[in-house]
Write a new protein. Structure first.
Length: 705
């Protein structure tokens, strides 16, 4: 047991020694506090572990002169006096004395107040029992440091003193200061590092003496007492004391290891000193700040804020320290290399066994990444609040966030009007049913849905809502806007387009009819002509007009009034040319290889006129000396969007030495001019009949309105 107690003392003093300041007075205060606490703790252990357990046994008595009688043990006060004497004997330079202005009769000479310091100590400590009283003064010409701490009455003390027949005062109450334990040193003891180190070693010995005396007192009673019941109780008390000491030892070791191993920065400061100097930091603190422990011990931690002292969180921290309270704040700190880091600091006060505030412990956590993320999220939320679109976040179908545009869109005055509300309040029962049956299955299946809904405002009015929904981990993000005006404008545009479509169809229809009227007039006029050449010219003109009329007929019947299927148009045109020909066409075969190509009217009109001229020319001249013939029409589009039109026959071909570029033929001249209009290239091959190849691209659309 003695070895275990010694280990405890060494661990405690190892921690305490780290906290001692370089000043002589601070060293003296700390040393006095350690000795007085050790003595009072020993007296308390003796009271609770020995006296309290044997007090009800008649065979055992407690008295101040216990050594003169068998089966007697010292009362707690006498135990403390004997302890003081033992310490004085082993440390002649120390003054250790317990005194009171109400001493028992047998201690009136030695236990009363002797000088002004002792009188002042009693007065001041009675006014503030939790605070020690100390000052410097000379004793026999030698500078001394005198330190006194109050002996506060506990419930067991009050009962004993008030009923003791020799007690000079019998109205003690819990919390009263009965006396003062004084520890005094010569200041020379602290003036050199070697002397001080030697003194610290002796403090360990003093505390060891305290524990040994306690142990010996119990052991002496056990050995001298033959009563089995008393022996059993004392042995049990001794055993329980050993268990408590062992548990305390393990607890201290565990705490020391935990402080060293934790990933959080730990700092302990001395609350008994005005500037709260640092006493201990762990390795995590060193890693977090870049400072070594020796650079921090003895300093106030405000140096971590540098010049950045005007932080609101620091004001909160200072108020808490002033009021002896704990708090949690996030402060801007700076590492040794100057880098900023956000420090989440949680401080808690630490009190001694007498309820005196002795230290603060601070737990630090580098939350720079979290703060940066929160700042980014805050900027994003500000951006979301500034957007004209309504944005809302729902968890389990309940609004947990809405921006300003969202609550205004639905006619609410404040975002809080919708927080915690189910989304269904914003839609009619019919629309809720549609959303649940038609929209949510798609949303949960694909994670996204976009469309329209009929939303209901707070005042009951409705509007068309453009709605985008996305879902992740049962959290729905909603982006919406009022598209009522947009839908109205779209309907107006659609109506206008339908009206213009009808008008354009009517125009094509009338143009076609007018062209056919012109064709009929030419046909009627031809009946009055007798010159075959003129009649032929009139008939050719009539066919050209009919080819143009056919385009307008196709467009009139088409769903697209701006573009026409060139393949379908050319096929119909050739069939029309065949039908209008006065020749015997039973032996003329027509072959088509046409790719469906949609072109505008600017491109289709010259193409139709070219094919009309070439096919009509083949029918009239290519097969005059042949029983059978073939006319083929080929149309294709390549990757470069170039259109190739080929008209070919296997007839007699052009005469020898025929130069089509210098011909007087109106038809060929017209083909050449129309090819130029298409910005194309014209090639004529005269082998095995006649082959006309025209390559071109669709002409750009010319705005008509």
């Amino acid at each position: 047991m003695t070895v275990i107690l010694l280990i405890i003392i060494i661990i405690n003093f190892a921690l305490e020694i780290r906290a001692l300041d370089d000043s002589i007075i601070e060293k003296a205060i700390e040393s006095s506090r350690l000795i007085s606490e050790s003595m009072i703790n020993a007296r308390d252990i003796y009271s609770t572990e020995v006296v309290a357990k044997l007090n009800d046994i008649p065979e055992v008595n407690f008295s101040h002169n216990y050594s003169s009688f068998p089966n007697h043990a010292p009362i707690p006060a006498s135990f403390l006096m004997e302890l003081s004497e033992k310490i004085r004997q082993s440390n002649p330079e120390l003054i250790v004395r317990y005194y009171s202005d109400y001493p028992f009769p047998w201690r009136e000479k030695e236990g009363g107040v002797k000088d002004d310091f002792q009188k002042s100590a009693l007065q001041n400590i009675r006014q503030n029992p939790s605070q020690p009283f100390y000052r410097e003064e000379k004793i026999k010409g030698v500078p001394f440091f005198r330190y006194g701490v109050g002996d506060v009455m506990k419930p067991s003390c009050v009962e004993c003193h008030n009923r003791h027949p020799d007690s000079p005062k019998r109205d003690w109450k819990v919390g009263d200061v009965r006396g003062v334990l004084e520890i005094s040193y010569p200041l020379s003891l602290f003036q050199s590092a070697d002397n001080y180190t030697h003194h610290l070693t002796r403090l360990v010995v003093i505390t060891f003496v305290v524990i040994i005396l306690l142990y010996q007192t119990i052991e002496k009673m056990v050995k001298s007492e033959s009563n089995k019941k008393i022996n059993q109780i004392l042995q049990e008390a001794n055993r329980e004391l050993e268990e408590k000491v062992e548990m305390k030892t393990k607890d201290l070791i565990l705490k020391e290891r935990a402080i060293a191993a934790t990933q959080n920065g730990i700092i302990i400061v001395d609350a008994t000193k005005p500037d709260f100097p640092c006493m201990l930091v762990n390795p995590a603190f060193e890693q977090m700040t870049g400072y070594q422990a020796k650079e921090v011990i003895g300093k106030n931690c405000r140096f971590l804020q540098g010049n950045d002292q005007n932080q609101e969180s620091l004001q909160i921290l200072r108020r808490s320290l002033k009021n002896h309270q704990g708090c949690q704040v996030i402060v801007r700190n700076y590492k040794k290399n100057g880098d900023l880091f956000w420090n989440e600091l949680n401080i808690s006060p630490i009190y001694d066994v007498h309820g005196n505030l002795t230290h603060y412990i601070g737990v630090q956590n580098d939350v720079t990444e979290r703060v940066n993320t929160e700042q980014i999220m805050k900027r994003q939320l500000n951006a979301m609040d500034a957007t004209i679109d309504g944005i809302a976040v729902l968890e389990n179908e309940i609004f947990v966030y809405v921006n300003a545009s969202h609550h205004k869109l639905f006619g609410y005055n404040d975002p809080q009007d919708l927080i915690g509300v189910n989304w269904r309040v914003l839609y009619s029962p019919q629309e809720v049913d549609r959303i649940e049956k038609d929209i949510f299955p798609i949303l949960y299946d694909h994670g996204y849905w976009q469309g329209e809904a009929i939303a209901t405002k707070k005042d009951g009015s409705t509007f068309i809502e453009g709605l985008s929904l996305s879902i992740n981990d049962n959290v729905i993000i909603c982006i919406c806007r009022d598209i009522t005006d947009i839908k109205k404008a779209q309907e107006e545009v659609k109506t206008s387009l339908r009206q213009k479509e009808i008008l354009l169809k009517e125009i094509h229809h009338r143009v076609k009819n007018n062209l056919l009227v012109v064709s009929s007039l030419i046909d009627w006029q031809t009946e009055f002509l007798t010159d075959p050449n003129i009649i032929s010219i009139m008939e050719d003109s009539q066919k050209r007009i009919q080819s143009m009329a056919l385009i307008h007929e196709k467009l009139y019947k088409s769903s697209d009034l701006a573009r026409i299927d060139l393949a379908e148009y050319l096929k119909s045109l050739i069939e029309q040319v065949f039908l209008s020909s006065n020749l015997n066409l039973d032996k003329i075969n027509i072959e088509f290889d046409l790719q469906s190509i949609f072109v505008n009217i600017e491109t289709a009109t010259p193409c139709g006129l070219i094919v009309n001229e070439l096919v009509a020319n083949s029918l009239e001249h290519a097969f005059s000396n042949q029983e059978n013939g073939t006319i083929s029409l080929n149309l294709c589009l390549d990757r470069s969007k170039k259109i190739t039109l080929i008209v070919k026959d296997n007839g007699i071909g052009f005469p020898d030495n025929f130069d089509w570029q210098k011909t007087d033929s109106l038809g060929l001249q017209l083909v050449s001019l129309l090819t130029q209009q298409l910005e194309g290239k014209l090639v004529i091959n005269q082998e095995q009949g006649t082959e006309v190849i025209i390559a071109f691209k669709e002409l750009e659309y010319n705005t008509r309105f």
